[in-house]
Ligand binder design. Structure first.
Ligand code: FAD
Length: 416
């Protein structure tokens, strides 16, 4: 793999940038691999990378129906955090944040990782109680979550001028999560793809899996694609909102529903906000990108759907919520808006699991799954290589729905 550095940048500048190596190859599609990963999003690519790097499994194909990194990994609002509620979740998300901390170096790819804290703006007493409880849980695992008063909150976010004592929902407190970060989402996909390719993994774009295939004993034996049959004894479905569409081709029904989540950005403005601001009571969150655009997200559309645009009423709700707290933003022009379809399990926690079909693995239910990409890939690779779950994801198997061992995280995911 070509090493990226200041020196290589300077050297290539001398030759007009004509001699950079392609970041990954486009080899011909073989008819058999040891492992097939369906979906070249963040989770699929991270899984391929850790399979090769940590377990020496390199005869791997990642099959992608569109282009690499064109799914939700390119559509999210890039918030990375570990402020979860449950004993099962917190260690997983602490691990993912720690992997992100070293990822630029590990992948030799500038992820533009910026650790900048997240501040929860609290406007109701039930939310304050819930968030304090979360703080006590997180304390046990060394994750950072610290209360601040309203004066300190306004000092740290000067543009938050709404939510005063006479308003509909006055701001009553803040909670700071110092581990929170943002980073360039495409770079995460490209960085993992380049490093996986370096270990021999193949990525095949424009290769849509239409059906999962089983052998006479019922075990998985490959996939049917728009480019023909590809065989493997292990297949991982890592396709975000489209999980059930694929698993239903082998009669596997999963406790997942697909929803539309949306975001939009403003025109670029001078530096205004240097933290991620989350307003859970009114359902809006925002941060400012390196280009100066405000990146704004709201609550999901409550109706199930596979749409990837944004509904007018959902958009208006998020804008109105933002203007309650940031009235000066009404002068901002909005530049782009978009959505993605995400699947959510009944308990709002992810599923990383074997299935009743031998050889078939599922990684799904990644509602806020951008932050989870490194640990999600790391643990799914462990599961595929060893047929045993990594301790960090052992509680996130499909079994939990048979035993009612739900990991209820709905309060921390703006899920409905
Ligand atoms: C608007 C929005 C804001 C978000 N904000 C955040 C945030 O701030 N923080 C956070 O942590 N998370 C956030 N998320 C969630 C996060 O983006 C997803 O949970 C995460 O990206 C999902 O994992 P992925 O990257 O592997 O998915 P994807 O990138 O969607 O990868 C799945 C891939 O599978 C491919 N695929 C699907 N079907 C097939 C098939 N049949 N054959 C072959 N390939 C197939 C798709 O084309 C896609 O490329 C947000 C999501 C959205 C939509």
């Amino acid at each position: 793999m070509q090493h990226y550095s200041f020196l290589s940048l300077a050297r290539n500048a001398l030759t007009n940038h004509q001699n950079w190596q392609a970041a990954w190859r486009s080899p011909p599609l073989k008819d058999r691999y040891d492992v097939i990963i369906i979906g070249a999003g963040g989770h699929g690519l991270a899984t391929a990378y850790y399979l090769a790097k940590n377990h020496g499994v390199t005869n791997v194909a990642v099959l992608e129906k569109g282009w690499l990194g064109g799914g939700n990994v390119a559509r999210n609002t890039v918030t990375i955090r570990s402020n979860y509620m449950r004993d099962e979740s917190i260690p997983f998300y602490v691990k993912t944040v720690s992997l992100y901390d070293g990822l630029t170096k590990d992948l030799n790819y500038n992820l533009m990782y910026s650790k900048r804290s997240m501040i929860d703006v609290v406007q109701t007493y039930p939310k304050l109680r819930e968030i304090r409880r979360r703080m006590l849980h997180m304390d046990l695992y060394g994750a950072t979550y610290e209360p601040i008063d309203v004066a300190e909150l306004r000092r740290r976010i000067p543009s938050l001028t709404g939510g005063g004592p006479g308003s509909r929902l006055p701001v009553i407190a803040g909670m700071v999560h110092t581990d929170a970060a943002v980073c360039r989402h495409d770079a995460v996909a490209w960085g993992y793809a380049r490093a996986a390719d370096d270990h021999g993994v193949e990525m095949h774009q424009n290769t849509e899996v239409r059906e999962l295939l089983r052998d006479a004993n019922g075990a998985i034996c490959g996939v049917e694609t728009n480019r023909g049959t590809v065989r493997a004894d292990k297949v991982a479905v890592v396709v975000s909102g489209h999980t059930t569409t694929l698993t239903e081709t082998v009669g596997l029904r999963l406790p997942l529903k697909t929803f539309n989540l949306t975001a939009f950005v403003s025109e670029p403005v001078k530096p205004l906000i240097d933290v991620v601001v989350n307003c859970p009571d009114i359902g809006v969150y925002l941060s400012q990108s390196d280009k100066g655009e405000l990146v704004i997200g709201g609550a999901p559309d409550p109706g199930q759907s596979f749409r990837r645009d944004i509904k007018q009423n959902v958009f208006e709700d998020a804008v109105c919520a933002m203007l309650e707290l940031f009235p000066a933003f009404r002068r901002l022009k909005l530049m782009r808006q978009w959505g993605g379809s995400l699947d959510m399990a009944h308990d709002a926690s992810p599923i990383v699991s074997t299935t009743d079909i031998p050889g078939l693995f599922v990684s799904a239910g990644w509602w806020g799954g951008f932050k989870a990409i490194p640990a999600g890939g790391f643990t799914l690779a462990h599961l595929i290589a060893n047929d045993e779950p990594h301790p960090l994801i052992a509680p996130f198997g499909l079994d939990r729905f048979n035993h009612l061992d739900f990991i209820l995280e709905s309060g921390t995911t703006i899920a409905r």
